[in-house]
Design a protein around this ligand. Structure first.
Ligand code: FES
Length: 581
């Protein structure tokens, strides 16, 4: 039970946000998603709206359930939050396999001896570290403050980032955090910078989800609320700090030994992390405030790691091709490939890079969150109970469920396989309409057709679910075809297709081509690379040469704006159809 006090005309969602309590609110308080449910236990609130009547069931209305964003407290009220933003119950994909890279981290530890200062040489304690020679750089204040305690100690370790001095310590410990901030999920790994090993990994739902499911909602949140971006920054920094503390605790590492954080993410995520206004991202011509490298003290953002710890953000290509994609290209090594490679990162946004012998073009498209299990009636994250495989044979449906549990819903790979199978077996027509006469077609309580995949557990695909997949496939397919056209390539010219993103390796390549996100001929060339943004961040943490390479990649990719590409609209419309291109 939570007490909410009234304030001006603020609704319950706004009052809870002000108190740091975050509810599910994918539509960002517009009364559209119906997720921000609360039960009113006590107190007077504004009358039920028509919109709420449409979103809530009869039982819910009976039980005093309301949508927080449409309900204004008239006095102190007590509520039970039903749509509290939770942890990611499923696994957030950590980094994939690291390619062979030279181990050469920016943060290094070198053994030093502190010589004895005496009357004769008149050395300061600083001089005694350098054996009388002047140190090449200024020392940070924290270093100077620590020095008196180190006097007379023989075996010390000097920690540096490049040429800069960061710390002097008695134990050999230097760690870094690699972070992938996705719009939906965040992955963090703790990396030992002395040995090059990944010590532990963590993942969680991006807490900014409480301010909208997609980047556009979060940009609008900042545009409509003064200081909005600082609120977005606060929630992500606090959550990252918690994650860092958790990883440090399970590996018995001191947070004081964490000297660097390397972050991959799209432009909105990086702007929000740094507390840089999102407004220019939300109005034409939609420019980023920055695309280049950012390397700043972590404490400026409120992190509590080593006092001198730095944050390095992997540079972006443009507003729409962020550091996460640069990290992905780095991981996939396609910047120096001798063949023709298509790299696709499928997330809430789809980013596509086509490399022909290392000459790279990229575009971005709004794939939507359908393949992350969102905006889908039975959608869910990939966790036990999620259907990940679907096979249809006449009126029989075989479901493969994670953890061999009773099916609870469809995760991304399940949704794709279900659509792919439904298209193949003729349950869905060319336009995406569900066939009236198939044995699996039923009419739901709203009089709408749907495909019933499991009667007992109510697993189904609705017409709207199929539309959501069509929007995703239309966006990805038309993006791929536009880049191929730009390089005057046909399907047979593509040697390899590398798919990155949250999909596990269980997704069959045929599902991507069966649901027609990609042309059929590409099925044999598809491979998965996992969360390449995380892998790229780890690589940049472990090697300064990889970091330089990432900076070159950001310079070398040429961005293609789909909306101004000739004929794009028509291509997109055709790509929405099954069998349309
Ligand atoms: S209905 Fe979407 S946040 Fe309230």
């Amino acid at each position: 039970m939570i007490k909410v006090d009234p304030h001006a005309d603020a609704n319950i969602l706004e009052r809870l946000r002000a108190a740091g309590i975050l509810l599910e609110s994918p539509c960002n308080g517009k009364g559209l998603c119906g997720k921000c449910k609360v039960r009113i236990l006590n107190g007077e609130v504004s009358p039920l709206t028509e919109r709420e009547r449409a979103c809530l069931s009869g039982e819910e209305i009976e039980a005093d359930v309301r949508l927080a964003c449409l309900t204004v407290p008239k006095g102190p009220v007590e509520i039970d939050p039903l749509g509290l933003l939770g942890e990611a119950p499923g696994k957030v994909l950590g980094g994939g396999k690291l390619p062979d890279i030279p181990f050469a981290p920016m943060v290094t530890a070198a053994a030093v001896r502190m010589a004895e200062p005496d009357f004769e040489n008149g050395w300061s304690l600083c001089d005694s570290i350098g054996n009388g020679a002047k140190l090449e750089r200024d020392l940070p204040l924290s270093f100077l403050q620590k020095l008196p305690d180190m006097e007379g100690k023989k075996n010390l370790w000097m920690i540096r980032q490049g040429l800069e001095y960061l710390d002097l310590r008695e134990d050999l410990q230097a760690f870094g955090l690699a972070v992938d901030i996705g719009t939906t999920t965040v992955a963090v790994s703790l990396v030992d910078l002395c040995t090059g090993t990944i010590k532990a990994e963590d993942g969680f739902v991006n807490p900014q989800k409480a301010f909208g499911l997609d980047v556009l909602s979060r940009i609008h949140y900042d545009m409509e609320h003064p200081g909005g971006v600082l609120e977005l920054r606060r929630v992500i920094v606090e959550r990252l700090q918690q994650s860092a503390a958790k990883l440090a605790a399970i590996t018995s590492v001191s947070l004081d030994a964490v000297y660097e954080v390397v972050v991959g993410g799209n432009a909105t995520m990086l702007h929000a992390l740094l507390g840089v206004s999102l407004k220019s991202l939300g109005r034409a011509p939609y420019n980023s405030v920055f695309t280049g490298v950012v390397n700043i003290p972590a404490r400026e953002l409120g992190f509590e790691l080593n006092r001198e710890a730095r944050i390095y953000c992997i540079p972006a290509v443009s507003t729409y091709i962020g550091g996460d994609i640069v990290a992905g290209v780095l991981t996939a090594r396609i910047d120096r490939a001798k063949d023709t490679v298509l790299f696709i990162d499928i997330g809430t946004n789809g980013e596509i890079v086509l490399s022909r012998k290392g000459k790279m073009y990229a575009c971005s498209c709004a794939a939507g969150p359908a393949l992350e299990g969102m905006n889908i009636s039975c959608g869910m994250r990939a966790e036990p109970g999620a259907v990940e495989h679907v096979s249809i044979d006449g009126d029989r449906v075989l479901l493969g469920v994670i953890g061999n549990a009773a099916p609870k819903g469809l995760c991304g790979s399940g949704i794709l396989e279900a659509v792919s199978q439904a298209v193949e077996k003729g349950l869905i027509g060319k336009t995406g309409r569900i066939a009236a006469d198939s044995p699996l077609t039923v009419v739901d309580e709203n009089g709408k057709r749907c495909i019933l995949l499991d009667k007992k557990f109510g697993i189904r695909l609705t017409q709207n679910d199929i539309r959501q997949v069509q929007l995703c496939k239309g966006a990805i397919l038309s993006g791929v075809l536009t880049l191929m056209e730009r390089l005057q390539l046909s399907e047979k010219d593509i040697d390899r297709v590398i798919v990155a993103g949250q999909f596990g390796k269980h997704l069959k390549p045929e599902s991507l081509t069966g649901a027609q996100l990609l042309p059929k001929a590409m099925a044999k060339s598809i491979s998965y690379i996992g969360n390449s943004s995380m892998t790229g961040a780890q690589m940049c943490l472990l090697s300064k040469y990889e970091r330089q390479r990432a900076e070159q990649i950001a310079q070398n990719i040429q961005y293609v704006e789909l909306s101004v590409s000739p004929g794009y609209e028509k291509l997109f419309t055709r790509s929405l159809q099954f069998g349309g291109v």
